[in-house]
Design a protein. Structure first.
Length: 763
C-alpha cells in the first residue's frame, strides 16, 4: 500500500508470512534496514506487516529478495482491500491442514507407543514412518525459519523448535537403527517419536489459534473496508446511470436515494436528507444535509434523495484516509514494544545456552538413564522458552486499541501516541470551536415598549437581509427558523466596524454597537443596564433603533458545546489539570470557563504564541495534551506531548494531531485517554505474563524440582506431567508454550469490550 509523506520517499507495505516471535520481527527489520534507499522499517508481528519507507529509486525486488533470503514469505500490499490478503489466508489454511494432520498422526503414534496391545517386531519402524512426515512436512516451516536465522548468524523461536524436536526425533531414529548399542551403553533405548510429533502438533495448534485470534484484532480495518459501496448513480446528460465507483470523477454529479450509501465525498447541490455518519463519528443521531453541506463517502442516506458534486475520489476520500491512518497506527511500535524486541534479541541465545547447560548437568548427575533425562530436559527447555507471547504482547493490544478508537470516531496516529497519552497530567483546551460551537448564536433579545420581541426580531432580520456579515446571517437564520416574515429592505448601507442603516416598510432602522448609537445621537439609557449584563458575559451586544428610538438589545455569542461541562468534569475527576487557552479577551474567556467548570484561563493569546504557553507548562514538569481545531492551533498541537485535533475528517485535522476526534465532541477526549490507559494496562499485563511464564517455567523445565523428587516419589497423579523425578514432560511444555501465546492474544481481545464512560456534569 504505497504512501507518500515526503516527496523524496514513498512508503510500501508488505505482507510477511512465517513470522512467529519478536526475534522474527527483528530479523526481518535487519534484513531490510541496510538495503540501499531504505529510510526506515517498521515490522508488526500481530498484523504480519512490514512498512518500508524508501526512496523512489530503491529496488522493490531487492526488498522482497532480502526477506525471502531471511526465511519468510513476502508480498506487496497494493491497496487497502489487500489487507486481508490471499497470503495470510493461504497461511491460515496451510496451518489448519498441517495442524489437523500432525495432531491425528501424533495421536496414533502416542497410542501405539503407550499400549502393548500392538507389540510386534517392526512396530518401531511404523512409529518412525508415521513421525517422519510430521517432522519434515508439517514441521518444515520451523526448519526454514531456523535456516534463515542461521544464515544471518541468529537464532529465533524456529531454532528452538527445530533443535528440540529434531533432538527427540533423531535420538529415536538412532535407537530404531542401533538398539543394541544404546542398550549396551546404558543410554536408554526408549522411543520418543510421540514426543517430537505431539510437540509439533501442539505448536501448530497454538499457531493456528493465534492466527485466528490475530485476525480478529484487525476487525476494525475490515469493517471500514466493508463500508465501501461498489456502485454510484451518476447523472450524465440528464440521465441517471449506474457506474462502478472507481469510474466516478471529481466534479461529477451523483444521485443518492433513500437507503443507499454515499459513494464518495462531495457537497450537496440539490435536495435534502438525513444521513447516518455513525461509522465515522460514533454519533448515533442522523445529521441533516441540505444544499452546500458536505457528505462523506460510505455514510448511509436515510430519508430523502439528494444530488451532490464529487470533491474526492479513490485514495483521497475521508474513508481511505482513515483506513490508511488506522492501518499505519496498527503497524506502528510503542516504546514499550521496542524494549520487548531488544530483550527478545538476547533471549533466544540465552535459552539455547540454558538448554545445553541443562543437558550437561543432567547427563552428569541425573538419574539413570541419564542421557535420556538430559535429552528430554534439553528439549523441554527449548520448547517452553519460545518467545511468541513476548512478541505478541504489545502489537495485538495496539491493533485492538486503535481499532476500537476508530469505532468511536477517535483516530490514534501511532502506538507511541497511544502509550504517551496515558501519561498526560494537563489538558489544555482551545476555546473557539473546541469548547464552544465555533459559530455565533443569538442568545438574548430584550425588546422595549412599544415593540414586542417578535416585531423587533422581524425588523432586525429585514434590515440585515442584504448583509453577508456572520452576525447578520445568524440573526436572519434565527428569524426564519421562528417562522417570522422578514421583508426585503428598501435601502441598505453597511457601516464597517459599527453596524448598518436600512429602510424597512417606511421606517428608518439602525442596528449596531454603542458607538453607532452615540454617533446617531440615539438615547440608549433604557438599554444600557441590559447591555452591561450581557457584556459582562462576554457576549457581542447590538442595539436596534427604529426611527431613532431604541427598540431592542440583541446579544450574540459563541456558546458552549452541550457536552463541554460534563467532559471537563470527567477530566478533572480523572486527576487532570484543565486549562483553557484562547485569543479572546479575558472577560469573554472567563465567562465560558466558568460555564465549563474550568479554573485555569490563559486569555488574549495570539495563535503564534499558543505554543509558547504549552512550553511554559512543560517546563513546570507537566505532560500536556493540547486540544484544538487543527488549523490555527497547529503550532501548539505540534509542541504538546499529545496533540488532539478536533475535526470532522478534514485534511488538516487528520494530519496535525497525534489523535483526531472525528466528531469534534469533547467527550472524545475522555474516551481517548480512557482507551489509552486501558490499552497500556493490557500491554503491561501481557508483558508481565509473557515474562512471568518464562521466569517460572524455564527453571521447571530445566529440572529445578528434581531435589524434591530425587527418590522417584512424584505422586502417581502428577507423573504424566513430571515423570517420576520432577522433570517436565516436553509435550506439556509445548502445550504450555502454545497456551501462553493464545492467552496474550485473548487478553488483548478483551479490549473489544471497551465502552466510553457515560459523562455527567458536576452540579
Amino acid at each position: 500500500m504505497p504512501g507518500n509523506d515526503n516527496p523524496a520517499t514513498v512508503k510500501t507495505t508488505f505482507s510477511v508470512s512465517g513470522m512467529s516471535c519478536a526475534s522474527c520481527v527483528s530479523r526481518v527489520e535487519k534484513s531490510l534496514q541496510n538495503l540501499p534507499g531504505v529510510v526506515s522499517v517498521s515490522v508488526n508481528l500481530a498484523s504480519s506487516r512490514a512498512v518500508v519507507e524508501h526512496t523512489v529509486e530503491a529496488d522493490t525486488s531487492a526488498l522482497l529478495r532480502a526477506v525471502t533470503d531471511a526465511g519468510y514469505g513476502i508480498e506487496v500490499v497494493t491497496a487497502e482491500e489487500g489487507r486481508e490478503d490471499a497470503a495470510s489466508l493461504r497461511e491460515m489454511s496451510q496451518l489448519r491442514t498441517q495442524f489437523i494432520f500432525s495432531l491425528c498422526t501424533a495421536a496414533v503414534v502416542m497410542l501405539l507407543s503407550m499400549t502393548d496391545l500392538l507389540n510386534f517386531g517392526w512396530k518401531p519402524y511404523l512409529l518412525w514412518a508415521l513421525a517422519t512426515p510430521v517432522q519434515f512436512w508439517a514441521g518444515l516451516r520451523f526448519y526454514r525459519g531456523a535456516w534463515g536465522a542461521l544464515k544471518h548468524g541468529a537464532a529465533d523461536m524456529n531454532t528452538l523448535i527445530a533443535v528440540g524436536t529434531s533432538a527427540a526425533y533423531l535420538y529415536s531414529a538412532a535407537v530404531v537403527l542401533f538398539p543394541h548399542f544404546f542398550a549396551a551403553a546404558g543410554m536408554g533405548h526408549g522411543l520418543y517419536f510421540d514426543t517430537s510429533s505431539m510437540i509439533i502438533a501442539l505448536i501448530l495448534m497454538g499457531r493456528f489459534l493465534e492466527s485466528r485470534a490475530r485476525g480478529q484484532t484487525s476487525e476494525a480495518i475490515k469493517k471500514l473496508i466493508g463500508l465501501r459501496p461498489n456502485t454510484a448513480n451518476a447523472v450524465r446528460d440528464g440521465k441517471e446511470v449506474e457506474v462502478p465507483v472507481e469510474q466516478v470523477a471529481v466534479g461529477e454529479i451523483l444521485l443518492v436515494k433513500p437507503g443507499e450509501k454515499v459513494p464518495v465525498d462531495g457537497v450537496v447541490s440539490e435536495g435534502y436528507s438525513a444521513v447516518d455518519e455513525s461509522m465515522f463519528t460514533g454519533e448515533s443521531m442522523p445529521v441533516e444535509k441540505k444544499q452546500g453541506d458536505s457528505v462523506t463517502g460510505a455514510t448511509l442516506n436515510l430519508t430523502g434523495s439528494f444530488k451532490f458534486r464529487v470533491t474526492r475520489v479513490g485514495r483521497d476520500t475521508v474513508l481511505s484516509r482513515i483506513i490508511r491512518l488506522v492501518d499505519e497506527a496498527q503497524g506502528s511500535k510503542a516504546p514499550i514494544q521496542r524494549m520487548a524486541d531488544i530483550i527478545a534479541g538476547y533471549f533466544v541465545p540465552a535459552v539455547i545456552a540454558i538448554a545445553f547447560i541443562t543437558f550437561f548437568i543432567w547427563l552428569i548427575i541425573g538419574p539413570q538413564p541419564s542421557f535420556v533425562y538430559a535429552l528430554l530436559n534439553f528439549v523441554a527447555v527449548l520448547i517452553i522458552a519460545c518467545p511468541c507471547a513476548l512478541g505478541l504482547a504489545t502489537p495485538t493490544a495496539i491493533i485492538v486499541g486503535t481499532g476500537k478508537g476508530a469505532q468511536y470516531g477517535i483516530l490514534i496516529k501511532n502506538g507511541e501516541a497511544l502509550e504517551r497519552t496515558q501519561s498526560i497530567t494537563t489538558v489544555m483546551l482551545d476555546k473557539t470551536g473546541t469548547l464552544t460551537q465555533g459559530r455565533p448564536l443569538l442568545t438574548d433579545i430584550k425588546a422595549f415598549p412599544p415593540f414586542s420581541q417578535d416585531e423587533a426580531l422581524r425588523l432586525a432580520a429585514a434590515a440585515e437581509r442584504n448583509s453577508e456579515h456572520p452576525l447578520a446571517l445568524t440573526i436572519v437564520s434565527f428569524v426564519r427558523e421562528k417562522g417570522l416574515d422578514a421583508p426585503a429592505p428598501s435601502t441598505f448601507r453597511a457601516l464597517p466596524g459599527l453596524g448598518i442603516d436600512a429602510g424597512v416598510e417606511g421606517r428608518s432602522i439602525t442596528l449596531g454597537n454603542s458607538t453607532l448609537m452615540r454617533e446617531r445621537g440615539i438615547d440608549t439609557g433604557a438599554a444600557d443596564k441590559e447591555a452591561e449584563v450581557l457584556w459582562n458575559q462576554g457576549k457581542t451586544v447590538l442595539f436596534l433603533s427604529v426611527d431613532n428610538r431604541i427598540a431592542a438589545v440583541l446579544a450574540l455569542a459563541d456558546t458552549l458545546k452541550p457536552e463541554a461541562a460534563a467532559s471537563v468534569s470527567a477530566l478533572k475527576n480523572m486527576g487532570f489539570r484543565v486549562v483553557m487557552l484562547t485569543g479572546d479577551n479575558a472577560r469573554a474567556a472567563g465567562y465560558i470557563a466558568a460555564q465549563a467548570g474550568i479554573d485555569g484561563v490563559i486569555a488574549d493569546v495570539l495563535p503564534e504564541n499558543k505554543s509558547s504557553e504549552v512550553i511554559k507548562l512543560q517546563k513546570e514538569g507537566q505532560v500536556v495534551a493540547m486540544v484544538g481545531d487543527g488549523i490555527n492551533d497547529a503550532p501548539a498541537l505540534a509542541q504538546a506531548d499529545i496533540g488532539i485535533a478536533m475535526g470532522t475528517g478534514t485534511d488538516v485535522a487528520m494530519e496535525t494531531g497525534d489523535i483526531t476526534l472525528m466528531r469534534g465532541d469533547l467527550s472524545g477526549i475522555v474516551t481517548a485517554i480512557s482507551l489509552s490507559r486501558q490499552t497500556v494496562k493490557t500491554i503491561k499485563q501481557n508483558l508481565f505474563w509473557a515474562f512471568a511464564y518464562n521466569v517460572i517455567l524455564i527453571p521447571v523445565a530445566a529440572g529445578i524440582l528434581y531435589p524434591f523428587f530425587s527418590a522417584g516419589n512424584v505422586p502417581p497423579g502428577l507423573q504424566f506431567i513430571f515423570g517420576r523425578y520432577g522433570f517436565l514432560n516436553p509435550m506439556l511444555a509445548a502445550l504450555a508454550m502454545a497456551a501462553s501465546s493464545v492467552t496474550v492474544v485473548s487478553n488483548s481481545l478483551r479490549l473489544r469490550g471497551f465502552k466510553p464512560v457515560a459523562l455527567t456534569a458536576e452540579k
